[in-house]
Design a protein around this ligand. Structure first.
Ligand code: ATP
Length: 319
């Protein structure tokens, strides 16, 4: 590990994107003694991104300032984001400076586009992007292991966002295994306009399930390899396999808290989605479409109530 004196005089600026994630299926396969649930899920980054500028200068005291604004094309983002240390981006920067013993002034500018409390990992992604930026500006100040531990202490999804590319995520989120060979997917994301707290959904899940483990360990990988091995010419078979992969154990609980999820999913299927799923703990559902024009036509024809929204997204890795 590099000594902190090596970075005492560093100044620099980095612009980067923080992609949303989609869960292609989520199985709850156990529970730790401390109450945290063990999951198995295929995480993929989307081309729906927050934009972040990170600027550092030497200072007498470590300080972090965050300025956030909402992108003009954002849907599902409230006008006011959590300020100061309530914001995961700020907490990530403060945690990094503390762990690395750096006396820097860090300025963060966040342009928010990822819908909030929507199961798309926006806050965790911002935190991951801040850690990536500071790690690039102070290479070696924290070892991979300490960076991963810091990420996990900020949130279960943050380890994935330290290197956001398609991955099988296990444990509470700390075991991240990159997966190659995933075909790009054309998606419609749709949300009833209601934020769902992950903690509430897990609580609703626990209160209704006595037997936690429905899936055998490795079931996500098996469904994925079955799906990838399927003859690409057979679209019906592909859709069937994809539906197996997209099974989300939290969906029942999320639907109980927010019945509109069921209506939105029925609407996506009616609009011709090959397969329909829910991301994370909801309330965002998604439909997989064959072409962008089919997806766009689905968005035009969907009936959404109140603050409900639908938007196009792709799984191509964010730059
Ligand atoms: P999870 O990662 O738990 O699945 P999510 O993706 O559903 O969460 P987020 O958009 O990360 O939801 O927001 C979850 C909570 O985190 C919200 O209540 C929000 O106020 C808070 N939060 C803190 N920092 C941020 C941030 N940078 N961007 C968005 N939300 C944030």
């Amino acid at each position: 590990m590099k000594a902190r004196a090596d970075f005492a005089r560093v100044s620099g600026r980095l612009d980067l994107v923080a992609p949303a994630k989609l869960n292609l299926g989520l199985r709850v396969v156990g529970r730790r003694a401390d109450g945290y649930h063990l999951i198995e899920s295929l995480f993929v980054p989307l081309d729906l991104v927050d934009e972040l500028r990170v600027e550092v200068t030497p200072a007498d005291q470590p300080t972090v300032r965050l300025k956030s604004s909402v992108a003009a094309d954002a849907l599902g983002v409230p006008a006011a984001l959590p300020p100061g240390a309530e914001n995961l981006a700020q907490r990530a920067a403060e945690g990094f400076l503390r762990a690395a013993g750096l006396s820097w002034s860090v300025s963060l500018e966040l342009l928010k586009r990822i819908p909030v409390a929507a199961g798309l990992g926006g806050g965790s992604s911002d935190a991951g992007a801040v850690l990536r930026a500071l790690d690039a500006l102070a290479p070696g100040a924290l070892s991979r292991r300490r960076l991963a531990a810091l990420g996990l202490s900020l949130g279960a999804d943050v380890p994935f966002f330290l290197s956001p590319s398609p991955a099988l995520v296990e444990g509470v989120g700390e075991r991240v295994t990159p997966i190659g060979g995933l075909p790009p997917l054309c998606l419609v994301l749709a949300n009833p306009g209601q934020g769902l707290s992950t903690a509430r959904v897990f609580a609703a899940f626990s209160s209704h399930r006595d037997a936690l483990t429905r899936a055998g360990s490795g079931s996500t990988l098996r469904s994925l390899s079955d799906w990838l091995a399927e003859d690409p010419g057979d679209s019906e078979g592909r859709a069937r396999r994809l539906a197996e992969l997209l099974e989300n154990d939290l969906e029942e609980a999320a639907r109980r808290l927010c019945p509109e999820i069921g209506q939105i999913q029925a609407c996506l299927a009616e609009m011709g989605a090959q397969a329909v799923g829910m991301s994370g703990s909801g309330a965002t559902s998604f439909g997989v479409f064959s072409t962008p024009s089919e997806a766009k036509s689905a968005i035009r024809n969907m009936t959404l109530r109140g603050d409900g929204w639908a938007r196009l997204a792709g799984t191509s890795p964010a730059r």
